[in-house]
Design a protein around this ligand. Structure first.
Ligand SMILES: Nc1nc2c(ncn2[C@@H]2O[C@H](COP(=O)(O)OP(=O)(O)OP(=O)(O)O)[C@@H](O)[C@H]2O)c(=O)[nH]1
Ligand SMILES: [Mg+2]
Ligand SMILES: [Zn+2]
Length: 309
C-alpha cells in the first residue's frame, strides 16, 4: 500500500516524513531515485510530497510528487551541482539586520530576485532594531525601509523582544508554507522560536571577532505551526544560485523596474545606456533606488559573463 507524506528534514541517508495522519516517520530512499536526480546533490528536499511504501517498520520513499516550485543554492561540495533548499513554498521571507551582523543590500536584492524567478512572493523583515542606538543607524534603517517599500515589498521592522512585531509576523505566516532566508546570525531561528516557542530551536551568539553569525543552524528543516502553516528554517545563506536567466530577463524580477521598462523607447532596452530609457530616468529621479539599480547592473554583468563560456 502506498502512503503519502511531506518531507520535513533530510539528513543524508534518512528523511523525516510527516504522514497524512500527522505521524512522523523516518524513511530511506529507493536507490533508483538517488540516481535519477543527477543535477542536485539532494534528490529529495524539505517540502517535497512523496509516496512511501511500508514494509513492517521500514518506510521507503518510492516517488517524488511533482513540485510546484523550489529554491536552490550552489552546492557547498561541488561547483557543478546545486542543493535544493526547499520545495512547494507559498512565500519567502528574507530576514536582515543592520548590525550584528550587517546584511549587505545586494544580498537582500539577490534573494528577492532568486525567489521572484520561481514566482514565489516575498516579504522582508528588519530584525534587531534594539541594537540600533545611534541616530545615524536609525536614519539608515529608515532609508532601507523606504528602498524596499518603494520597490513594492512589505517590510516588517522590530526585534524579538517586541510582542507586536512577533504578532505581525505570525499573521503573515498563518496557513502559508514559508521559507526563511537570511545570513547567519540575523535571528531566523530566534524569530521562529518566538512565533512557536515549543520548537525550542538552537540559536547562537554572534562572534565577537567577526561580528557575524556562527552558522548555528546546519540543516534545512520544516516545522508545522500550531496556528496553521509550515515554516522552513535554513542555515544562513549568502549566495543563492541564480537560475539560468537571459540577461534581458533580470529586470522582470525587480518589480519597480518593470513599471518603467515597458515605456522604454526600445523594446530590447538593457536599461544601461540606451536613449529614451525610462528606467534610467526613474533612477535619476530617485523613483528607483540606486542601490537596487546597482544590484541590477552587477547581476546583468554576471549573467553576461557566464554566457561567454
Ligand atoms: N539584540 C537582539 N538579539 C537578537 C535578536 N534576534 C536574535 N538575536 C540574537 O542573535 C543571535 C543569533 O540568532 P539566531 O536565531 O541563532 O540566528 P540565525 O539567523 O538562526 O543564524 P544561523 O542559524 O547561524 O543562520 C542569538 O544570540 C540571538 O539571541 C533581536 O531582535 N535583538
Ligand atoms: Mg538558525
Ligand atoms: Zn530602458
Amino acid at each position: 500500500m502506498k502512503i503519502k507524506g511531506l518531507v520535513q528534514k533530510s539528513t543524508g541517508l534518512f528523511y523525516k516524513v510527516r504522514l497524512e495522519n500527522h505521524q512522523i516517520v523516518e524513511a530511506t530512499l529507493r536507490g533508483r531515485l538517488r540516481i535519477e536526480a543527477s543535477e542536485a546533490t539532494n534528490p529529495v528536499s524539505v517540502g517535497d510530497w512523496v509516496t512511501l511504501i511500508q514494509d513492517n517498520d521500514i518506510y521507503v520513499i518510492d516517488e517524488i510528487l511533482p513540485r510546484q516550485n523550489y529554491i536552490i543554492r550552489k552546492s557547498t561540495h561541488s561547483d557543478f551541482k546545486v542543493q535544493i533548499l526547499g520545495s512547494n513554498i507559498t512565500q519567502a521571507v528574507f530576514i536582515a539586520s543592520l548590525e550584528y551582523p550587517f546584511t549587505p543590500l545586494n544580498t537582500i536584492d539577490r534573494f528577492l530576485v532568486s525567489v521572484a524567478a520561481y514566482h514565489i512572493p516575498a516579504f522582508l523583515i528588519f530584525n534587531k532594531t534594539d541594537l540600533l542606538k545611534k541616530e545615524k543607524q536609525k536614519i539608515q534603517l529608515q532609508d532601507y525601509i523606504k528602498i524596499y517599500t518603494q520597490a513594492g515589498y512589505e517590510v516588517i521592522v522590530g526585534n524579538i523582544y517586541e510582542e507586536n512585531f512577533i504578532e505581525k509576523i505570525k499573521q503573515k505566516l498563518k496557513d502559508q508554507i514559508t521559507f526563511v532566508g537570511g545570513v547567519s546570525g540575523v535571528g531566523k531561528s530566534s524569530i521562529i522560536n518566538k512565533v512557536e516557542p515549543s520548537l525550542n530551536l538552537k540559536t547562537g551568539e554572534i562572534s565577537k571577532q567577526t561580528l557575524k553569525g556562527r552558522h548555528t543552524t546546519t540543516h534545512v528543516e520544516m516545522f508545522p505551526l500550531s496556528f496553521g502553516g509550515f515554516i522552513i528554517d535554513a542555515p544562513g545563506v549568502r549566495e543563492f544560485h541564480l537560475v539560468d536567466f537571459e540577461p534581458h530577463e533580470i529586470c522582470q524580477y525587480f518589480p519597480e523596474m518593470l513599471q518603467y521598462s515597458k515605456f522604454c523607447k526600445f523594446a530590447n532596452c538593457t536599461h544601461i545606456h540606451e536613449p529614451g530609457c525610462e528606467v534610467l530616468k526613474a533612477v535619476e529621479k530617485k523613483q528607483i533606488a540606486s542601490t537596487r539599480y546597482n544590484t541590477y547592473l552587477s547581476m546583468y554583468q554576471e549573467v553576461k559573463n557566464k554566457q561567454k563560456y
